[in-house]
Design a protein around this ligand. Structure first.
Ligand code: EPS
Length: 356
């Protein structure tokens, strides 16, 4: 059985949820570590006041007993504290009584860059909110919780995943500048993975290439518009002699232009993935749009939003990469019990004579 995840939840609905299936039994989870990642995701320069309302914590509804997985579906929940302000507006059922709180009026002013317009066209919604709520990056909270589970699994195999912001100082200065101008900014993040043995992913089918899988996992995160592995785009301008990583007798490399992946397979070097995030589409100084109710020219919806969420993306991308690597590691090593997974990985390392 493969490791799988299904997530659900709207930004201002009652909660976000994830159901994880295919986890081995006996994996120890640390609530503080998962909550620590949830907190990291909420922090970062340029976040909206929403982050003062939310105090994200993981709740577990199934699949865990006394901190160890049972080998049964693991259900994770992160509640939306803000839902109390949207009880009428985001009521799952036809609300009773007078409209009160937030979300009572239909949104008809789509924001360029958000899912607003394509979403309402696709699903025939007459309120943009019916699209934006799920498209919101709020739901990355529960993905980070799932990433915490994946990181616990990878740690048993000696694999560590770490996301960081590229040029944090420059980013903070750009955020200050943008806030003054009532504008928004994007930025770049990087995820680095150490301890990966050679052999995750395969060239046998394009959808199973490790680089394709990781790129899809990171590109699937809200606002990501570009992903590169290793030296990525810069490789296009290099000569072959400068672009490839020569092989030493111990089969390691002195350089890592490939970002730890060759032929769609991990080669044992550090895996390096970078992503470019576009600026947040909700501008306090809104762009030109159309009022979908009247067809008249208008300006886009203005509502509370982040100036930037680049530092949050580094945590979300870390979780996404960890999840994908956990899927591939379990595909390769299997195991109903985590001890079986660890033993299979150790036997494999021994077979290829590759230390941890
Ligand atoms: C988001 C809009 C903002 C962000 C939100 C993502 O939410 P709100 O409209 O409630 O202020 O703060 O991100 C989060 C709530 C979060 O926890 O990351 C959007 O439209 O994508």
């Amino acid at each position: 059985m493969s490791l799988r995840i299904a997530t659900a939840g709207e930004s201002h609905g009652p909660a976000l949820a994830a159901i994880l299936t295919g986890l081995p039994a006996g994996l120890e989870l640390d609530r503080d570590a998962i909550d620590g990642d949830l907190k990291r995701r909420q922090q970062g320069y340029g976040r909206s006041p929403r982050q003062q309302i939310e105090q994200d914590r993981v709740e577990v509804l199934s699949g865990l007993r006394h901190g160890h997985t049972l080998g049964t579906p693991l259900t994770l929940v992160v509640r939306n504290n803000d839902h109390k302000n949207w009880l009428w507006g985001m009521n799952p059922w036809p609300p009773e009584g007078e409209p009160t709180g937030k979300g009572t009026k239909a949104v008809t002013l789509p924001r360029p860059g958000h899912a607003d317009l394509p979403g309402v066209l696709k699903y025939n919604h007459d309120d943009v909110r019916n699209s934006l709520e799920r498209a919101s990056a709020r739901h990355t909270a529960v993905q980070v919780a799932a990433g915490g589970v994946a990181k616990a699994l990878l740690a048993t195999l000696g694999i560590e995943v770490r996301g960081l912001t590229v040029d944090e100082e420059g980013l903070h200065a750009r955020i200050d500048e943008a806030r003054k101008e009532r504008d928004t900014v994007g930025g770049r993040i990087e995820v680095r993975v150490t301890g990966v043995m050679p052999g995750l992913g395969t060239y046998a089918a394009k959808e199973d290439r490790l680089d394709a899988r990781l790129a899809a996992a990171v590109m699937g995160i809200q606002a990501v518009k570009g992903v590169e592995i290793g030296d990525g785009f810069a490789l296009a301008d290099k000569l072959g002699s400068a672009a490839h990583d020569e092989i030493r007798t111990d089969r390691h490399r002195d350089t890592n232009h490939a970002g730890g992946i060759e032929g769609g397979i991990s080669n044992g070097e550090e895996i390096v993935i970078r992503a470019a995030m576009k600026p947040i589409p909700t501008l306090m100084k809104p762009l030109r749009s159309v009022d979908l109710a009247t067809g008249e020219e208008a300006v886009a919806l203005v509502e509370r939003s982040d100036v930037a969420a680049v530092e949050a993306l580094s945590v979300v991308a870390e979780a996404a990469v960890a999840w994908e690597l956990a899927v591939l590691a379990l595909d390769k090593f299997g195991g109903d019990f985590i001890g079986d997974t660890v033993a299979a990985a150790a036997a494999y390392r021994q077979r290829i004579n590759w230390g941890s």
